[in-house]
Design a protein around this ligand. Structure first.
Ligand code: NAD
Ligand code: MG
Length: 297
């Protein structure tokens, strides 16, 4: 595939990527995945769709956020990425790719479950980019737990802090900096519509994010700030190999979709580009499903 515009059969695309991965500890690293996810490093071709824009992408070190950060940079945006301190190796690779696209990169390690860290993350992004007009709230926590009795209060709390509270805090802190024409995008999930029995906390947070995004979208639209959601299906990222799924579920990961395989982060990035760009000026409070064809209500 030369670039994202090359006509290909989506069912056979990525047939060479084997999701029989090693499972990982902690947040998981792209660098440790076997096989590596496609972040569009070799293929994403920009065409000036985000020229001069200033974007903050949380969880921009790996997976969907990293593919989005690369695409944004190649479309002409300066990009700040936030990530956990233990993900420095992945983050530095994405920083280099943003800079290779000729754009400014800002690296923001920090735990977004902490209120103060969110504040400094947004502030440092604004200072490093010289403003802010795109916010992608994409960092997320997903840990499968088979029995409700084993879902700890601590995990329930952390999943909500990472997925719901951080989204709320990021929007609140970014708002004073966002001019009319800005775009806010949240990464939700198919889990908001088809919750898995072993992802009780996670699926619930994603439904919360959808509802919050729709409510905020109505409030901010009159100010010229658009809020939208991308809802991915199964995508090959460290989130899944680091406890998002039971290890024995990984070989079949994504095969239940009508397309018949897991998605790659590179296939998500164009959805974020579209919603970030002024070409989607009349798209507000919408959810863009990128899930290999799974029906959603
Ligand atoms: P990923 O592991 O590559 O990205 C998630 C990122 O979240 C991590 O890189 C990490 O930097 C960040 N993060 C987690 N906890 C954090 C914390 N406390 N503070 C700061 N950052 C933190 O995996 P991904 O699949 O690309 O995930 C990106 C988003 O996509 C998540 O919101 C996830 O829920 C969503 N999503 C993923 C899938 C999938 O199948 N991979 C499906 C639907 C939705
Ligand atoms: Mg990561």
């Amino acid at each position: 595939m030369a670039d994202q515009y090359t006509m290909t059969d989506p069912t056979t695309l990525y047939a060479d990527i084997d999701t029989k991965a090693i499972s990982q500890d902690g947040p998981g690293l792209d660098a440790d995945m076997r096989d590596r996810a496609d972040l569009g490093e070799e293929t994403y071709r920009g065409s000036g769709r985000l020229e001069g824009r200033k974007a903050l992408v949380t969880g921009g070190d790996s997976g969907i956020g990293a593919a989005t950060a690369i695409a944004f940079a190649r479309e002409g945006a300066d990009v700040a990425i936030s990530y956990l301190p233990e993900e420095e190796e992945d983050a530095q690779r994405i920083v280099a790719l943003i800079e290779q696209a000729g754009r400014t990169a800002v690296a923001l390690p920090g735990d977004l479950t902490d209120r103060e860290t969110v504040r400094t993350t947004v502030q440092t992004a604004v200072e490093g980019l010289g403003g802010l007009d795109i916010l992608v709230s994409n960092a997320g926590k997903q840990q499968h737990v088979e029995r409700l009795e084993d879902l700890t209060d601590e995990q329930f709390d952390e999943t909500f802090k990472t997925n719901v509270y951080a989204f709320f805090w990021l929007v609140k802190d970014a708002l004073p900096h966002l001019p009319a024409g800005s775009s806010i995008i949240a990464t939700s999930s198919i889990q908001a519509y088809q919750p898995s029995e072993n992802l009780v906390d996670y699926a619930t947070t994603k439904a919360s994010m959808n509802t919050m995004a729709k409510a905020i979208a109505q409030q901010l639209a009159p100010r010229g700030i658009r809020v939208n959601v991308v809802a991915p299906g199964p995508v090959w990222t460290p989130l899944q190999t680091a406890g998002g799924q039971p290890t024995d579920a990984l070989p079949e990961f994504g095969q239940q979709t009508p397309i018949g395989r897991a998605g790659q982060p590179a296939e998500l990035a164009p959805a974020f580009v579209f919603l970030a760009s002024p070409e989607s000026s009349y798209v507000v409070g919408e959810t863009l499903h990128v899930n290999g064809g799974m029906p959603t209500p």
